[in-house]
Design a protein around this ligand. Structure first.
Ligand code: NAD
Ligand code: WQD
Length: 340
């Protein structure tokens, strides 16, 4: 059985679908602080299988231990559970340290107590900051975090690294996600931003459906071909598949060291204006947008070197940007229709 913490969330739910499709038994633990219980039904609708669901706050050490006591056949864990809003983390850093570090520690302490060895962690390209050289490889130097949220990812990776040195039985893989976007092609699960989205693609889809009046593009005076920022946008289903591969690698003992980390991106840099133009073209939508000043703290450009993940994990992003932006729009429309 694979325990997915935060498995009702955006990336977690897509990963649970891929795990069930690969015939793993799945236990989801989520406190529903940033997700909805209906997601479990949708996962069942897509896969024909129902994952086990437990609503638990992983900040609660006792409840976390009781969970491991109850489910003795947990072979591996994918730890998605975390708070992820960069701006909120600046305003309320203790919430982020308490949840992102506290939950990680509780899960790891329970793993130690109950002898569970395999761990996959949701890390982020945020650990690279603005790199001097592009694309970034796994060897690219990490930069001091720009936000408490980013710092929780740095600290979490350090915790995994130190624990892997001290405990030879423990095996961990950190997947450094670039920018996950899009939704399941069924349109049944996708990203559910809380309130006004801060990420680009949910803002685009909410503008297209009329929920937001205008998209602001944060700066067109960057040192990039069209002046807008560049990111590596990875389809969430491709990203989900990387987790299945990582889990198999650990279970089949194919890992090369106790703590490994991989860049999970497409290897392609795409600008904000390219996202907007592609979205308009493939979905035949006209977006109302304006160029405004830069957003504080934004990285100018970043994209991944993915050859290590491609060769070592045997994983590669497959889905095109067109397909991904179609899926994002399909999800937004379906979701709004269900809400009515
Ligand atoms: P999400 O908010 O959709 O999913 C996280 C899930 O964890 C939610 O369902 C939430 O209810 C749950 N959760 C949070 N705290 C919990 C707790 N204490 N106990 C139990 N459940 C808890 O976010 P996501 O986009 O799916 O991100 C998943 C992971 O990937 C996070 O660790 C995030 O930091 C990381 N990540 C996300 C992105 C991104 O852009 N979405 C990029 C890089 C890394
Ligand atoms: C993408 C681009 C914006 C909104 C954040 C976190 C990072 C990681 C992924 C977890 C940027 C521009 C955006 C808008 C815009 N999460 N933009 N108008 O900033 O790369 O990363 O999410 O680990 O830690 O910081 O993603 O989607 O916010 O922005 O012009 O309304 O879109 O300036 O260039 P970002 P994003």
């Amino acid at each position: 059985m694979i325990l997915t913490t935060g498995g009702a969330g955006y990336i977690g739910s897509h990963t649970v679908v891929e795990l069930l499709n690969a015939n793993f038994e799945v236990l989801i633990v989520d406190d529903l602080s940033n997700s909805k219980k209906e997601v479990i039904d949708r996962i069942e609708q897509i896969t024909g299988k129902r994952p086990i669901f437990q609503q638990i706050d992983l900040k609660d050490k006792q409840k976390t231990f009781e969970l491991f006591q109850k489910y003795k056949n947990i072979e591996a864990i994918i730890h998605f559970a975390a708070s992820k809003a960069v701006g909120e983390s600046v305003e309320n850093p203790l919430k982020y340290y308490e949840n992102n570090i506290g939950s990680l520690l509780n899960v790891m302490l329970a793993m130690k107590e109950f002898g569970v060895a395999n761990f996959v962690f949701s890390s982020s390209c945020t650990v690279y900051g603005q790199p001097e050289k592009l694309p970034v490889t796994e060897q690219t130097e990490k930069k001091p975090a720009e936000s408490p949220y980013g710092n929780t990812k740095m600290i979490s990776e350090d915790i995994l690294k130190d624990y892997a040195v001290a405990n030879k039985n423990f095996k961990a893989i950190a997947l450094r996600y670039f920018n996950p976007i899009g939704a399941h092609p069924s349109g049944l699960i996708g990203e559910l931003p809380n309130g006004v989205p801060t990420n680009l693609v949910p803002y685009v889809t909410q503008t297209a459906c009329g929920l937001r009046s205008k998209l602001s593009i944060f700066g067109n005076d960057y040192n990039t071909p069209d002046g807008s920022c560049i990111r590596d946008y990875i389809n969430v289903v491709d990203l989900a598949e990387a987790h299945v591969v990582a889990i198999k690698r650990l279970l089949e003992c194919k890992n090369k060291s106790n703590f490994e980390f991989f860049n999970i991106g497409t290897g392609e840099g795409v600008s904000v204006l390219e996202i907007v133009n592609t979205f308009e073209k493939v979905n035949k939508q006209k977006l109302n947008y304006e160029i405004v000043s830069r957003r504080a703290g934004d990285i100018e450009k970043i994209w991944a070197e993915t050859s290590y993940a491609n060769t070592e994990l045997g994983w590669k992003a497959k889905k095109s940007l067109n397909e991904t932006l179609i899926s994002a729009w399909n999800w937004e429309q379906n979701y709004r229709a269900i809400q009515k």
